[in-house]
Design a protein around this ligand. Sequence first.
Ligand code: SF4
Ligand code: SF4
Length: 390
Amino acid sequence: MGRLFAVEIVYRGIFQKLLAKNISRGIVLAANLEGKPGTSFGRYGDSPERNGIPAKYFAIVATDDVTLEEGMAKYEPKEVDVTVCVDDTLCKGVESWAWYGLQPINKLTMPGGTLIVTSKESPEALIPMIHRKQDPYKLAVLKGIPSFSGLWVYKDDHTDVRILGAIAKLLPGMMSLDSLKKFIQHEWKDQVKVQSAVNAHNRISTVTVAPSQGNPETPFKFELPKWHEMRDGVAIPSIAPGHKMDDPTTHAAGGFQPARNPTFKKWSTRTMRPVVDFDTCIKCTLCWLQCPDSCFDVTPEGLYDANMEACCGCGVCEAVCPVKDCVTMVNEVSFKDNSSQWAAWRKNKDTYKTWLKGTIANRPERSHGFRYVGQYAEQTPEMLEIAKQS
Ligand code: SF4
Ligand code: SF4
């Protein structure tokens, strides 16, 4: 019986699809240069893959054909040697469009396995976001902002080869650095990309995460109906109309909260979330009208509170709001929960104002796709600088 190696790449739909494919394919082709058979495939990436929805690629490599066949006779690996998370906001969990609840980012990482995260944050900042695991595992942070592209463009900032270089260091039995260098030279004919992989290989390090470390919450889940509980034909129940929204401080009713899909929560689908300044809002309704996911609860005084169970983080509300800094998108790593901003504002307006000012002033860089022509060119010098330093 030979040895089977499994790596999963958790990425954001559309924005990082090519990045995930490059990593997964690179693993298999580099290992193949050493005579190891392997396969690379996507999961939860089938249409309709949506912008930002978490999705996965898998790379399976074996020391011989029979072991590979055995490893492939499963829908997906039950555990992996390495989990790669190419957007640090996914450390909060993974919920794909067809998933059944929130899955911890390290769920498949085997005991003693490694979670690699691309992030500018430290391990100490990332660990509290990651759900606890029963067994110790290793965490490696590949420094850099998450690499996001669009549907038809690819931001070639070397994140793909940098991650491959890190994997070669952490799992050398699967693919050596030499094989990886040969593969990169053959694939891209770019010595700078080879060097980026070597730099990442030489500089990546890990910390061990103990079972007592991390987010202690039980991830959101629900029961899927059994086959014998399903009705004939396809019947999709409509969403009920919604209900009045109480003021948490006076308990006066008056607002309106739309009903939403009770099982599909969008916590993990966003990399940014809107922060609303209720003191400067002019109640123009534009955010409420334009939000593609009906996220806004209408408060009793006619303000608009973005509900974090429904927000996918698209940024439309920020784009349409006519008041400066009234809606500001802030990187998801800045938040510890999904509570209502309006309820916090109602509780203490001064405290909320101070929190809002600090949060939007120190917001980490937006990592969310392309928003305007020329954004790629603006970000590229910084990315190259990060690659040089890593
Ligand atoms: S970012 Fe704004 S517009 Fe987009 S889903 Fe969230 S609340 Fe709605
Ligand atoms: S778009 Fe801005 S000003 Fe208009 S209702 Fe929404 S938050 Fe208020």
